[in-house]
Design a binder for this molecule. Structure first.
Ligand SMILES: C[S@@+](CC[C@H](N)C(=O)[O-])C[C@H]1O[C@@H](n2cnc3c(N)ncnc32)[C@H](O)[C@@H]1O
Length: 208
């Protein structure tokens, strides 16, 4: 039987990383700016850059995506959500005085947007079982579906990673399972990107 996981241990993990490293890629447990930004590049392929859009960054950390959107010339109204209070405190400090970005710890305050994107929120599963973590992912995918009008995207560590580099506390997803689930439950237009050099893939669910 599967149960919804208690996320306290996940919160503690990310609280420690932001405490130690602040508003940096290491502060959200990425090993470099390169690996953070290559993921953003894939996730944002869901967006039509020719028009302004609204976007939820689900598991926003310190909101690095908001800066990336500006750097790349996207015109976006950005809403960052995270479950770790210290991430949001850091995010609000880091983005003070910048426009078109809002941060919240209350999922119920998130508006329905054009797009929802999520980077790295499913990687750390601590001692939660693979089955329970998969149930958790599917439940959050349904939230992405409800919160997005035009589409959503999310990334995962891949089960096609080299075995000697895999950690027992991380979740290595099966891309074919998630592709199939999204195709059957959310949209006919689903893309799986598994060609960007790191041990990671991105799912894009395009609606309408
Ligand atoms: C690997 S970090 C990446 C942060 C940011 N997306 C980035 O790429 O810079 C994952 C973030 O997701 C948050 N997170 C984990 N599980 C979450 C959940 N179920 N809902 C919302 N945020 C979550 C963590 O607190 C952490 O800030």
């Amino acid at each position: 039987m599967t149960t919804m996981p208690d996320l306290e241990i996940v919160k503690n993990y990310f609280e420690k990383s932001v405490d130690a490293h602040g508003a940096t890629p290491q502060g959200v447990d990425w090993n470099s700016e390169f690996s953070q930004e290559i993921r953003f590049e894939q996730l944002l392929k869901i967006c039509d850059p020719t028009n302004p859009f609204s976007i939820v960054d689900y598991g926003c950390g310190y909101g690095a995506l908001a800066d990336y959107l500006t750097k790349k010339g996207f015109k976006a109204n950005y809403f960052g959500f995270d479950i770790v209070d210290k991430m949001l405190i850091t995010a609000r400090e880091h983005h003070a005085g910048k426009s078109n970005r809002t941060f919240t710890e209350d999922r119920n305050l998130l508006p329905v947007c054009d797009y929802v994107v999520a980077s790295g929120i499913f990687n750390y599963r601590a001692n939660i079982s693979f089955e329970d973590w998969t149930t958790h992912i599917i439940s959050i995918f349904h939230q992405f579906n409800e919160l997005s009008q035009k589409g959503f995207s999310s990334n995962f560590l891949t089960k096609y990673s080299d075995t000697d580099h895999m950690r027992s506390d991380l979740y290595y997803a099966d891309p074919c399972y998630l592709f199939d689930y999204c195709k059957r439950n959310f949209s006919k237009n689903v893309a799986l990107l598994h060609d960007y050099t790191i041990y990671d893939f991105t799912i894009l669910v395009r609606k309408g």
